[in-house]
Design a protein around this ligand. Sequence first.
Ligand SMILES: *Cc1c(COP(=O)(O)O)cnc(C)c1O
Length: 357
Amino acid sequence: MKIHNFSAGPCILPQEVFKEASESLIDFDNLGLSVVEISHRSKSFVAVMDEAVALTKELLHVPDTHEVIFLQGGASMQFIMVAFNLLTESGKAQYLDTGAWSSKAYKEAAGLGKAEVLASSKDANYNYIPKGYTIDESADYFHCTSNNTIYGTQIKDFPDTRVPVVADMSSDIFSRSIDVKDFDLIYAGAQKNLGPAGATLVIVRKNALGRSGRYIPTMLDYTTHISKGSMFNTPPVFSVYVSMLTLRWLKANGGVETIAKRNDEKASLLYQEIDRNSLFAGTAAIEDRSTMNACFLLNDEGSHKEYFDKLINTNQISGINGHRSVGGYRASMYNAMDIESVQVLVNCMQELEKKYS
Ligand SMILES: *Cc1c(COP(=O)(O)O)cnc(C)c1O
């Protein structure tokens, strides 16, 4: 029976990708060797890296002003790399605090230089995206988290500013159209919409680099990795390979514009049920609801949780518990999830309602 995987991350990837990746673990590119036992400088692997970069550029319409690189260390390493590369000795960075990931990013910048929290939704356990703030024109950069995986909120309109914008897009990259030219730097850990944990995608405006005036440790300097085509040291070969396969899958399925429509349909299906069904309530402000992670609660956990959890289990729904800081449930509906899986969850919610009405 099919498992409906709503896990927040690591999370669902296309079954076709798993199948091809598993074959390549034994015999890659008809070499008689595994993809993880060949040199990363071999022709076969260099072709993988080149294709991963080319597909990223194609699917996100990355302009020539920007470079695409694959790094290690996860999104969490980017928290400090961004600051080393973009924060000047005398300047400051401004951060939008929309949750745990944003505040970790802020902490790293504040440890290195001057950083400010421009606006925060911490007062309401991050259940909305702050608006109406004014970015200081003199800031080196403005940092935001496009999708708050834990709280189920998502920035729908990025600020219109002349200040360089940096965005952590770990949990919604490739899920919707973005205008890359509006960002000086975008980063994303692979393990939400792209591939297995290990690789981190960075898209950076070339002329934003080389201006911080700081000594940047070699491994933390974007120019190191750009100049070596993401091969300064051994890249996370399996993660890059599977990410490339996922991007091929995305292209074959109509690209970002098409997947965005499907993601909207999946999210509407679930949010409509959350709003309609009197046993449930959504936790995020309606206008800021994420299409990737839907957070919701049972209004009466004491009476209904046991039976709802039973329904979830018997219907092979997996990974749907909310993050411990929010509680309740979190349904993550990344690109690879079919709308049929969301329908199975909605059916469980309706069955619960029938039993108790
Ligand atoms: C998962 C996640 C992270 C952490 O990523 P790592 O690769 O584990 O460091 C950071 N930001 C967001 C928005 C995330 O969803």
